[in-house]
Design a protein around this ligand. Sequence first.
Ligand SMILES: NC(=O)c1ccc[n+]([C@@H]2O[C@H](COP(=O)([O-])OP(=O)(O)OC[C@H]3O[C@@H](n4cnc5c(N)ncnc54)[C@H](OP(=O)(O)O)[C@@H]3O)[C@@H](O)[C@H]2O)c1
Length: 285
Amino acid sequence: MGAWRIGSRTVHPIGIGTWGMGGDRLPDDEIYADYRSDDREIEAIRAAVALGQNHIDTAQLYGAGHTEEIVGEAIAGLEREELFIATKVWRSHSLRHAVPRAAEESLRKLRIDAIDLLYVHAPWEAIPMEEYIAGLDDAVDAGLARAIAVSNFSADQLLDAIRLSRHPIAANQVRYSLLHHGQVDARMRQVCAEHGVTIVAYRPVERRLLADQTTSPVVLDAAAEVGCTPAQLAIAWVINRPGVVAIPKASSREHLEENIAAMRVQIPEGVRAKLDALGRGAGAE
Ligand SMILES: NC(=O)c1ccc[n+]([C@@H]2O[C@H](COP(=O)([O-])OP(=O)(O)OC[C@H]3O[C@@H](n4cnc5c(N)ncnc54)[C@H](OP(=O)(O)O)[C@@H]3O)[C@@H](O)[C@H]2O)c1
């Protein structure tokens, strides 16, 4: 297995997504907390870590703050230095002085001393980039975060962030799957490679459209040819790329085990070419 890195840390290529654990989004877009499935979600995170996954991806936004509490409970008592904990600052706390305050609140919920990777959740139009990038830098200087990152940034926005930041930008977390290439085109890959920025691919199984709800004949045929499930094919397609890790969310042991086995899936070049063509219509590539 190759080494997947974010900044100076080696991470498992398949991280643990947490959107939907401990809350969801109402039709009017308001995010709410939901405590009813806490035991199941905590168990899922612990099972994922027991299976060898070490990169947990969460956010201030998720579950209106409750998801970070679930992660905190799940990792309590585990070997801290084996884990790589990433969280994201939301727009509400993206002014320079507010970012470290948000990081402190995340640390309290996560019950840890420092966040391994602190993201800004998106490039907010209403707030100058200087504000939140300086805030991320300040969080590192204050010892609240070990590394910083951006999410949903275009290649140009990423270059702006790299220019503005005093600390390296370790990752750009973007939607990236074989059905949706999004902002990940050749230029994004080049910028990331030149500046040591890992691409963290969110929604890699397209919320089940690339798992048990797959209808694409190309995906189904490719999975049959490779000898894996559609979810494994989708995750392998992402992590077989240099400098890319995936963060699928899974709440059952069955899904966790299925997804983690994607590490052993190798996609032959001919199959890969057919899969690459699928996402070209949906995104930059
Ligand atoms: N930065 C951002 O703006 C942003 C945006 C979206 C997401 N994210 C992050 O990326 C993570 C992943 O994205 P996502 O949660 O949106 O989408 P996803 O990982 O593509 O899909 C998650 C859904 O797929 C199901 N699933 C996973 N593995 C499966 C399998 N092998 N077979 C069948 N179903 C399977 C899960 O079901 P179960 O839960 O029932 O197992 C869940 O309903 C999030 O959790 C979050 O941490 C970040």
